[in-house]
Design a protein around this ligand. Structure first.
Ligand code: BT5
Length: 320
């Protein structure tokens, strides 16, 4: 916390110096303690100049998704009030799950520069190249039934697509249930997991992986990145900050019971609505025409047999 406050002072000086005396007075700690905290920040990758007469000045911040950087002027009510950041981790979903099990509050985020065991759905892998993408998970404790969990995936995929559109001007679409595509290339995957009893959710871990400045050769077939689509590097920090704000906004709307507003926006960005698709679910392959996405996030498929089927999760292949 003290590190963050010191950094806050230094950053707000906008390239100017803050004296050690001013910091020590403002924070109620000795000048030696201020120095120690500055050293810690330097260890974190901040380049901070120190002059005996003038004090401290920020030369550059690390290009890393650190908690301190992400929280800098983050305008959210719930999401990211606490951020745990790691250079390397197995899976942020796993870490967030463990935190939630030990009572971590709603809204806390786990973010990592690199995942050694990034997970997709059903035991699949999420490839997480170092320092290029964004891999993070957050803890949510909504008052909903377990069968409504897909609506959380729905609102977060909408937030990702919206952020891409607003920030980068790229035409992102949502491929039900958990992918965000640009020009048919998968730039984001979402993994929503929960701990629940039959009629009550204890918590949800919402995990998001986005290829931001990832080179295509590091990604699997069918994947793309924001950089590849935009034709230039994208600020990971600014992108993730804006995304956290967007998720915060939609989650608030969701909790106020206005899921239908979210569904309306979602449908406008759906890549599958009104399309012919094939869906693999529960080891069954069905094909048909997508009629709707309902408020629990389920897909309504008019099957070739003429019957309608309500599908909660599966893998979609677009036909024609
Ligand atoms: C997903 O699964 O798309 C969910 C991915 C969620 C990843 C995040 S990262 C932060 C958090 N921590 C975790 O451990 N996971 C979450 P699924 O729909 O099953 O898609 C998996 C498939 O996507 C793989 O089998 C590959 O074909 C493909 N894939 C793997 N890595 C990819 C990447 N970086 N970009 C695009 N596609 C990828």
């Amino acid at each position: 916390m003290t590190d963050e406050r010191i950094l806050d002072f230094i950053k707000k000086r906008d390239g100017g110096y803050v004296s050690g005396e001013e910091l020590s007075e403002a924070l109620g700690i000795s000048r030696t303690a201020v120095w120690k905290h500055v050293e810690k920040l330097r260890d974190e990758g901040y380049d901070i100049a120190a002059s005996p007469h003038l004090g401290y000045k920020l030369i550059s911040a690390p290009d890393r998704l650190t908690g301190i950087e992400l929280k800098w002027e983050l305008n959210t009510e719930l999401i990211g009030k606490k951020i745990y950041s790691y250079k390397e981790i197995g899976s942020t979903n796993e870490a967030a799950y463990d935190l939630a099990m030990s009572g971590e509050e709603e809204g806390s985020v786990v973010v990592a520069e690199y995942q050694t065991k990034g997970r997709g759905r059903m035991g699949r892998k999420w490839i997480s190249p170092k320092g290029k993408g964004a891999y993070f998970s957050m803890i949510l404790r909504p008052d909903i039934l377990p069968r409504e969990i897909s609506s959380i995936t729905l609102l977060s995929s909408l937030a990702v697509a919206k952020t891409i559109r607003e920030k980068l001007g790229l035409k992102a679409l949502i491929k039900w249930p958990n992918d965000v595509l640009i020009n048919s290339g998968k730039v984001c995957g979402i993994l929503t997991e929960m701990n629940a009893e039959p009629d009550k959710i204890n918590f949800i871990v919402l995990g998001i992986g986005i290829n931001i400045n990832t080179k295509e050769e590091m990604l699997p077939e069918g994947a793309s990145s924001l950089m590849a689509e935009k034709g230039e590097e994208v600020s990971r920090l600014e992108f993730v900050r804006q995304l956290l704000e967007c998720i915060d906004k939609y989650y608030k709307i969701f909790n106020s019971g206005k899921i239908s507003d979210i569904i309306k926006e979602y449908k406008a960005l759906s890549a599958v609505l009104d399309r012919r698709v094939q869906i693999n679910y529960h080891n069954r392959l069905v094909s048909g025409h997508v009629l709707d996405v309902d408020k629990e996030g389920a897909l309504i498929l008019r099957m070739d047999s003429g019957l309608n089927e309500r599908i909660l999760a599966g893998d979609v292949t677009m036909l024609r």
